[in-house]
Each structure stands twice: as structure tokens, then as C-alpha cells.
Design a protein around this ligand. Structure first.
Ligand SMILES: [Zn+2]
Length: 103
């Protein structure tokens, strides 16, 4: 089980986008990488094709390593370390700052 999940709000803690906050769009667990909205934007040059008549420059998010972000606790609203706890047999994440349990 990973500490970061799709839909989480996270803060970037390393790299060029340090300090930026966004929502996790995609998790690639086997690579420990994630895609966060508006973080690590890369520019792609798109050629005109049958389906795409407007060639040009497209910006989209590149992947970043999970260790470069910290999840933002919904309770303290700050980037925090996450631990795990078991609630009625289910493994849940817990904020190490305030103790709030979140899925
Ligand atoms: Zn918290």
C-alpha cells in the first residue's frame, strides 16, 4: 500500500516545482511515480494529423517520483507524514501530525 493515492492533494517538496500544490491525477505504483496536476509541465510539439488539424505546442504533466511530494492532511491542511493504522481490519492512512485517519 502506498502513501499517495489518486485524488490526494499533495505538496511538492523537491525539484523545480517545490512548494506547488496539486491533486494527484495518476499513480504508477510499479514505478513509484505519480502525475500531479500542473506539476512538472512538459511541452510537446504536436504535428497535424487526420484527427488533429491544429498542429502546435501542447503542455501536459510529466511524472514525478512519489518521494518528491507530501500528502496534505484534510484536517490540518498542511503537508504531513503519513503512517498506517488498522481500523476494523482495514488498513487506513493516518496523519502523523494530528492523528486524523483518512482512506
Ligand atoms: Zn493532520
Amino acid at each position: 500500500m502506498h502513501k499517495i493515492r489518486k485524488g490526494d492533494r499533495v505538496q511538492v517538496v523537491a525539484g523545480n516545482d517545490r512548494g506547488r500544490i496539486g491533486r494527484v491525477l495518476t499513480v504508477i505504483p510499479e514505478k513509484n511515480r505519480i502525475i500531479v496536476e500542473n506539476v512538472n509541465m512538459i511541452t510537446k510539439h504536436q504535428r497535424a494529423t487526420q484527427s488533429l488539424r491544429q498542429p502546435g505546442i501542447v503542455q501536459r504533466e510529466g511524472t514525478i517520483h512519489m518521494s518528491n511530494v507530501m500528502p496534505i492532511c484534510p484536517e490540518c491542511d498542511e503537508p504531513t507524514r503519513v503512517g498506517f493504522t488498522e481500523v476494523e481490519g482495514r488498513k487506513m492512512r493516518v496523519c502523523k501530525q494530528c492523528g486524523e485517519i483518512f482512506e
